[in-house]
Unconditional design. Structure first.
Length: 535
């Protein structure tokens, strides 16, 4: 990986780590008060820590942006398809293991929001389903976090194509460490600011990781492996709900943010075993690096004459090309599905702990119920991975989307009375918790397959951003609403776009199952040429 300055990176990393450490004493010293920090003033040490965190983030970002890239070769006549012809080896396995851990840690950040919200509302006296008459809505906290993820998805999608997949993941790890200090913030507005930064850091990491996997894993294994690893989205929910039920009663909601401190270090450590994408390196003209990475994967970059339209010079690394033929239809379709997924994830799932408590369950009881539902549904991820990789990527997305929409309609018709029917409640909870995680998983994999290398990270980031934007819309409505949304309302808001998205995928979806990335893109361009010839 090319650094502008490796020394600057370690200086920035150290500044961030020390800055966060300086903010921990306030939390630790509040143990005898149930770790409640509301109303306390920030000490000089904490202010210094905040300054170090901000400065450290800027220095780290500066260190990861190469000043220039010396192109050894255009890369246009190199056979990257050899990557799809090799068997899986230890390098592939190592990448998959590291990606599984990284995806879990990444998704845990926004997932934790739903388990933080009830405690935040109580400590600061904010409006929530339990306290509907307060003036300031607790929804401002998740609104800040999800808004950050939208910005992060777009930004890191762009950065992934500019500075590389690996460098972008490394920067996200630094941000993990920085934003863990949210657990030590004494005021609500400071929590919102830190939540915004947290979202900015983690929002683009998931699509970049899927982009890296799509460009590195052989075609015949790519689909099912990406979706299987994406199942860690459900795994992250299991871990988050378990940590919430175990830790929050003893250490307050703040501990859920503070555990980001060690997990950020894990991401930095894992980066050592993450190779850069060979396709990205070839596209950047970094021939020697690409050849070295391909050898690790058991492939060789071979020169050949390529007439494929994938090398058309009109394909520039610009966002606008995602909204032009041949990608306009598939971009619009995936954006609609992403919005629907965001409505469910950040509308229904975000408020389900609070709504369950409003219907009579205790905080620990609601967390335990959601954890159990996630655990029961988790094995279904293996079924979805098999379907996506060996049956049909397009039909899997359609079926999964309709199934999740059906569960939302079930909550709509049952309403609050569902709390008295525990078996039915479990069934209806399992489907959306598992289902929407699987929808986001297959959508992330799908977005990484349908775009060419030049804009693949941008495309993946764009679709991830739309899923988060759905959350922003839902939470913004909650902020403006007189009362927090009920289960029925959040279910209806999620069901409608999912049904429309299933129809759109049926009409405009592209089959990617076991197909080489270059072949998928070439077919899309060929379809445009056929339409032009007919006209």
């Amino acid at each position: 990986m090319i650094f502008r300055s490796k020394g600057a990176f370690w200086i920035g990393f150290t500044a961030v780590a020390v800055g966060v450490a300086l903010q921990l004493p306030m939390y630790i010293n509040a143990a005898d008060m149930g770790y409640r920090l509301v109303g306390m003033k920030m000490s000089t040490t904490m202010n210094l820590g905040m300054l170090l965190v901000v400065v450290g983030l800027f220095i780290t970002l500066y260190s990861l942006v190469p000043s220039s890239t010396q192109k050894e070769h255009t890369g246009y006549d190199l056979k990257v398809r050899a990557l799809d012809d090799v068997p899986l080896n230890l390098t592939h396995v190592g990448l998959l293991i590291v990606m599984a851990i990284a995806i879990t840690l990444d998704v845990m950040k926004p997932t934790i929001l739903s388990f933080v919200v009830p405690g935040v509302a109580r400590e600061y006296g904010l409006r929530s389903p339990v306290n509907p008459h307060a003036s300031i809505p607790v929804a401002l906290l998740p609104l800040s976090g999800i808004t950050g993820t939208v910005l992060g998805s777009f930004l890191w999608g762009w950065m992934g194509d500019k500075i590389g997949r690996k460098a972008s993941i490394l920067m996200a790890g630094i941000t993990f460490i920085a934003t863990s200090s949210c657990g030590s913030m004494p005021s609500f507005w400071m929590n919102c600011v830190m939540c915004l930064i947290m979202g900015w850091g983690v929002g683009g990491m998931l699509p970049i990781m899927f982009t890296l996997m799509a460009e590195s894993i052989p075609a015949r294994h790519r689909g099912w492996l990406m979706v299987l690893l994406g199942g860690d989205i459900a795994g992250a929910y299991i871990i988050s709900s378990s940590l919430a039920s175990w830790l929050v009663p003893h250490y307050s909601w703040r501990i859920l943010w503070l555990i980001g401190f060690p997990t950020g270090f894990i991401l930095i450590l894992l980066n050592r075993w993450i190779p850069e994408s060979p396709r990205y390196l070839l596209n950047q003209g970094r021939l020697k690096e690409a050849q070295d990475v391909m050898k690790r994967f058991g492939a060789v970059a071979v020169k050949e004459t390529i007439s494929s339209t994938i090398t058309d010079p009109k394909i520039k690394d610009k966002f606008r090309h995602l909204f032009r033929p041949p990608f306009l239809g598939i971009t619009a379709t995936m954006a609609l599905l992403a919005l629907g997924g965001g409505f469910v994830q950040f509308g229904f799932e975000l408020w389900i702990p609070s709504n369950l408590q409003h219907m009579g369950l205790s905080e620990a009881g609601s967390f335990e119920l959601l954890r159990n539902a996630a655990l029961i549904g988790f094995p279904l991820n293996f079924v979805i991975a098999w379907m996506y990789g060996f049956w049909s990527s397009k039909r899997t997305i359609i079926l999964l989307t309709l199934l999740t929409a059906a569960s939302m309609l079930g909550f709509l018709f049952a309403g609050n009375s569902i709390i008295h029917h525990r078996v039915l409640l479990y069934i209806l909870l399992i489907i959306p918790i598992w289902g929407i995680s699987s929808v986001i998983s297959v959508l992330s994999a799908y977005a990484a397959e349908v775009y060419p290398t030049r804009v693949r990270s941008r495309g993946s980031g764009l679709i991830a951003g739309f899923s988060k934007f759905g959350g922003v819309l839902v939470i913004a409505v909650v902020v403006l609403a007189i009362a927090p949304p009920s289960i029925a309302v959040t279910a209806l808001v999620g069901a409608i776009p999912l049904i429309l998205a299933a129809i759109a995928i049926t009409l405009y979806g592209v089959e990617t199952q076991k197909r080489k990335l270059e072949d998928i893109t070439e077919e899309q361009f060929r379809a445009v040429e056929i339409i032009k010839e007919k006209n």
